[in-house]
Write a new protein. Sequence first.
Lengths: 172, 220
Amino acid sequence: MLTFFKNFGKGILYVLVLPFLLVGLAIYGVVAIFIFLFLAVKGLILFFTGRSLYEDLPEDKEAKRRIAMQNGEVFEEKPVTDNIAHEEPQVSNDIDNDPTYVPEYLKTEILPNDKVEETSPEAEEEAPIEQVKEPEKIVENTPKNTQNTTILDINEEDDDDSDDSGVTIHFE
Amino acid sequence: MFSLIALSENDKRLIFALLIVLILVFVLIGYIGFLITRVMKWQGKKLDSLVADPVVTHVITTRKHFYHYARKKNWRLFFKQSYIAILIMVTGALVLLIRDAIAKDFTYNVIDHQKTGFGTLLFVWDFSGCFKRDGISLVLNWPKLINTPHFEMNAIVSYIFMISMIVGGIWYLVSLQALIARTIRMYQLSTKVFEKSLDGFNQNVQYKENPPANNTFPEN
């Protein structure tokens, strides 16, 4: 019963407000037609420039990028499509099965005047690999006049203040 | 001093019946209005899905930015929903215009009920002789039926025009209603999403529950 009277009250309210609502609706409808015409012209211009009226706004692109980052995906922005046919080089993305694939860090530029020493695979195998010498052997191989010298020795030897170029430091 | 209006039993019953009808009409209008507001709330929810991503990911952080962004999305969706309706109406108008240009007759009546109008498909009554005044009393007569639905070949352009206008007009009005519903929702969201409220916030309670990193509590 209460709902009945509520609806009765709402009905009276709607009847009283109806003329204003209709006027507002008519004004909004006219404004909407002008907005529609503006968007229609804009859509036509964008169509002939290769774009779309419904393309993502900058906020949409940034939101998609952030969502992709959150999901651990890579966000690839769709390229702007135009009516001009472009010839793109065919690049193989299959690294595992592409025999001609060379990583970027291994690519070197070879100039025309550079001579490339051609070595046979056998020669490369026989070439000895330099071994890292142990620290004791390094000490043994150092020149005798610098052996067993300390910083004190250096200071004693170098009393002449004018000559400061001969200071050397050794690690034992 | 006072002239009392004498009402017969029939008059009283008639007045009572009219009051009941009036109340029922208002209740019906109230239900129709309730239905319209429910549909508009449902239509307005569509805006949430349009603007959710930038708001949730904090791309949009101010009310003004949200308002400009939501308005663009709202008008784009209105265009997408209503361009077919506009095309239908424009097509109907073009058909009528071409017919008038070919026949060189711009007096073609599209609502006529006799030969060339859409009224040929409808029941038409003549209400001119309904109310007659006889002295003080008012005489009511039933309206006279002057047309029953029949098909006229000359009126085929009127049929195309009126049907396209009715269909396109209703479609456009529904799209317009959705636009208004989303605009209302836009205003609601622009205040609700970016609203800062300190209701229920007590700084001291908050501080006790979540002590600072150095674990020292200030002593007053």
